[in-house]
Design a protein around this ligand. Structure first.
Ligand code: PGA
Length: 256
């Protein structure tokens, strides 16, 4: 049995400490009764400490949007996973397509970050997904396999079990074009199949695979209703307490 996980990724869209506190104070009473969904919020770095103060003792966990793979040293502008842990972050998003495409992060770099996160006890949410041209060329599965081979290279069974995978077709992110529940489920089944080849079926069945890309209150339930879709990573619709609460409730409703 996999508990669905819904993550709100605020990116650089919301997040002065004041805005974050305001939004979280609005969100908490809407969803504080929910126990069958793991709820994670990823504000910008500068709001993490303030957010932690508000989220302490609630059912909402804190995530960072990125980290570096070294713990300490001369890496101007980077953030150590230890710093994140120390301020109460439990999760970290790694390999988001915006990191891959805008900041040129490679599968190899993401693999290093992933291993470090697991080593120090931060739970990773690792994003994979294809570009529109790749989908149109019928290469989606090939791309997903390629990314998984490299991103999850040398991971052990107990490590992959700690990892949440987010399937995020790049053409669906921030575009309003959601993958249909059938399109998403097909790739989630494929990802689980690769996990069962790399590890075993039992392990593959334990790993949560989120969908991400233009999830909205009105499409969440259909997506989460699919057997292999274990919640979602939400960008735009996570910026308002009401719409995020609606999406979290859709995950609770479809949990069985
Ligand atoms: P979106 O972003 O919901 O705004 O499409 C999803 C994501 O980037 O994780």
């Amino acid at each position: 049995m996999r508990i669905p996980i819904v993550g709100g990724n605020w990116k650089m869209n919301r997040g002065t400490p004041e805005q974050s506190k305001e939004m979280l104070k609005e969100l908490i009473p809407l969803i504080n009764h929910i126990i069958n969904v793991e709820i994670v919020i990823a504000p910008p770095f500068t709001s993490l400490i303030g957010a932690y103060e508000i989220l302490k003792g609630t059912n909402i966990k804190l995530s960072a949007q990125n980290m570096y793979f070294e713990e300490k040293g001369a890496f101007t502008g980077e953030i150590s996973p230890n710093f994140l842990k120390e301020i109460g972050a439990e999760y970290v998003i790694l390999g988001h397509s915006e990191r891959r495409n805008i900041f040129n992060e490679s599968d190899d770099l993401i693999n290093k970050k992933l291993k470090k996160a697991l080593n120090i006890g931060l739970k990773p949410i690792v994003c994979i997904g294809e570009h529109l041209e790749e989908r149109e060329a019928g290469k989606t599965k090939e791309i997903i396999k390629y990314q998984m081979d490299r991103t999850f290279k040398d991971l052990k069974k107990d490590q992959i079990i700690q990892t949440v995978i987010a399937y995020e077709p790049i053409w669906a992110i921030g575009t309003g074009k959601t993958a249909t529940p059938e399109q998403a489920e097909e790739i989630h089944v494929f990802i689980r199949g690769i996990l069962s080849q790399k590890f075993d079926q039992e392990t593959a069945d334990l790993i949560r695979i989120q969908y991400g890309g233009s999830i909205k209150p009105d499409n969440a339930e259909d997506l989460f209703g699919k057997k292999n879709i274990d919640g979602g990573l939400v960008g735009g619709a996570s910026l308002q307490a009401n719409s995020l609460a609606h999406i979290i409730k859709a995950a609770e409703k479809t949990f069985n």
